[in-house]
Design a protein around this ligand. Sequence first.
Ligand SMILES: NC(=O)c1ccc[n+]([C@@H]2O[C@H](COP(=O)([O-])OP(=O)(O)OC[C@H]3O[C@@H](n4cnc5c(N)ncnc54)[C@H](O)[C@@H]3O)[C@@H](O)[C@H]2O)c1
Length: 253
Amino acid sequence: MQIKNHNGLFVGGASGMALATAELFQEKGGKVAILDLPTSNGEAVAKRLGGTFYPCNVMDYAATESAIDAAVGALGSVHFCCNTAGGGVAKRTVAKDGPHPLEDFQRVIDLNLISSFNISRLVAAKMIENEPNEDGERGCIINTASIAAFEGQIGQVAYSAAKAGIVGMTFVMARDLGSMGVRANAIAPSLFETGLTAGIPDEAALALTKDAAFPKRMGRPIHYALQAISMYENAMMNGGTVRVDAGQRFAPR
Ligand SMILES: NC(=O)c1ccc[n+]([C@@H]2O[C@H](COP(=O)([O-])OP(=O)(O)OC[C@H]3O[C@@H](n4cnc5c(N)ncnc54)[C@H](O)[C@@H]3O)[C@@H](O)[C@H]2O)c1
């Protein structure tokens, strides 16, 4: 699908991987709207990219719907949605202080999985109103999983469950939306240099990337963006989750 004169929503787009994707989309002639927390750098980022900022917390599902309505209303339509808002908690199923608090597990599912589904369903409903291109395409949604969806480390039980949910959901979503010309994909990054990982000490980053095939280092936001843009442009990319991980497999710890 072409990018020139098409419109994209970048949820979590004030920083890291969605920001790099928004930059590339804008560079290729697309128009961007950034959705991110009110406390984020979204306003400045949107201004720099000639786009608009819609503050929202993706865990507030009604407010997210209003932000999507406002963003798509102002753009006139939406063809691309890239969502990276998410995060985890480091807790084991049972630890010295007792079982994993259920509310922590629930919060990670809400933040990553429920919010991704909420954004996807609302955006897809807008995309189906687009005039299809010559291949019948109306839009493409990209959600963000993690290699922890496949081999989560000790303490990642909630995060792995949420990200595995994104992987499973993506294939069915592609089937659900196929007859309407909307594609859905997910990206599963290894450890990437973003706002989320800024606090990881160098030695820990080395330990966490030492099992990669090549290169043995953290990914950069542009590596995610290149994959996301390729998924958008390539009509045959649908329903899948692509690992962007330098051949990395997480060890148990
Ligand atoms: N960085 C990594 O190593 C890595 C690896 C695998 C998966 N991921 C996934 O990538 C995503 C994080 O992206 P990033 O690494 O570019 O981090 P980042 O912190 O640079 O960017 C994430 C953006 O999402 C926004 N955000 C967070 N919670 C939000 C909320 N509740 N509502 C609205 N916006 C919110 C943040 O303000 C931030 O601007 C998460 O889904 C994470 O699970 C990251």
